[in-house]
Design a protein around this ligand. Structure first.
Ligand SMILES: [Zn+2]
Length: 296
């Protein structure tokens, strides 16, 4: 069985214009189109992605189940839909396909009481299993005003999945250091935290924390960004994570973000077939480790 622990869906009104423009710009420049007006968005097939599209892509790639992560970037950058509408749409869209998709809540912890209320509601109404957070929106996990957020996540037994490593555009990647989770891990020994993308360029911090805290996990999504131009980087990082966090490395795709340059199906095939670990080990990464993490 193949479980993808990291994918996204969104409607255009949920994406702040500034964020979309920042992600679109390099693609349009690559394409020889430097006219950055909003109507060019139609040229980006990923400015709107929903569950049926995700499931069609999962079928093609051979993925059985996917964790869907809403991105709340609208506290810092204006979007037309509210964070509540955004999460409601994600949970409603996933409800009809519960065998295939498992939605997390997506909320910026800096929203304070509003974030706590939203979490309580989606756990109560939908039995949500986790929450996705994005430090580059402008916060450090150890900030004192976020203590109630981590406390609630631990009390409700939620898995916290955090972006880590690079960010683009108006997002501030200096907040994305995995090491900033140290204080949260110290205070919350039973809170399971997933550092996404192995921690990216700061993955040594992920591995340092993993030595001390066995409730820290990591996903290998976005490594396909190195394919096909530098496949040795993807392979060596998979090997490194496998040796340092063998029971806490989980598979992820970050769909749809890399689909244009390296398809969903190709990434699954790469991890499945490439010689970076033995088949039993790969089974843990595709299924066993994430099942234990999510209790499914
Ligand atoms: Zn992602």
């Amino acid at each position: 069985m193949i479980i993808d622990a990291h994918a996204h869906i969104w409607k255009r009104e949920m994406l702040p214009d500034k964020i979309l423009a920042a992600y679109l710009e390099p693609l349009l420049v690559l394409d020889g189109m430097i006219d950055m007006t909003l109507d060019r968005e139609q040229d980006w097939p990923m400015s709107q992605v929903d569950v049926p599209l995700l499931i069609a892509s999962m079928d093609e790639a051979g993925v059985d189940k996917t964790v869907v992560l809403p991105l709340d970037l609208s506290r810092t950058f204006e979007a037309r839909a509210s964070v509540e509408e955004h999460n409601q749409w994600v949970f409603d869209s996933c409800a009809a396909y519960e065998e295939r998709v498992l939605p997390f809540i997506g909320v910026d912890p800096m929203r304070g009481a509003r974030a706590l209320k939203l979490i309580e509601r989606f756990v109560r109404d939908y039995d949500a299993k986790g929450v996705k957070v994005y430090p580059a929106a402008g916060w450090r996990p150890g900030q004192s005003e976020l203590r109630d957020f981590w406390k609630l996540a631990e009390e409700l037994d939620l898995v916290v999945l955090s972006h880590a490593g690079a960010s683009w555009g108006p997002l501030d990647e200096s907040f994305n250091h995995p090491i900033y989770f140290r204080e949260v891990l110290e205070r919350h020994p039973s809170l399971r935290i997933v550092v996404a993308h192995l921690g990216g360029k700061w993955r040594s911090e992920t591995y340092e924390l993993a030595k001390e805290f066995d409730n820290l996990y990591t996903d290998c999504s976005a490594l396909q960004g190195w394919l096909p131009s530098q496949p040795e980087v993807a392979r060596s990082r998979l090997k490194e994570a496998a040796s340092l966090m063998p029971d806490r490395l989980i598979f992820g795709t970050d769909w749809p973000l890399f689909d244009l340059s390296y398809s969903h199906a190709n990434w699954v095939r790469y991890v499945m077939e490439e010689n970076w670990a033995n088949p039993d080990f790969k089974e843990k990464v595709f299924e066993g480790n994430v099942r234990r993490l999510l209790g499914i």
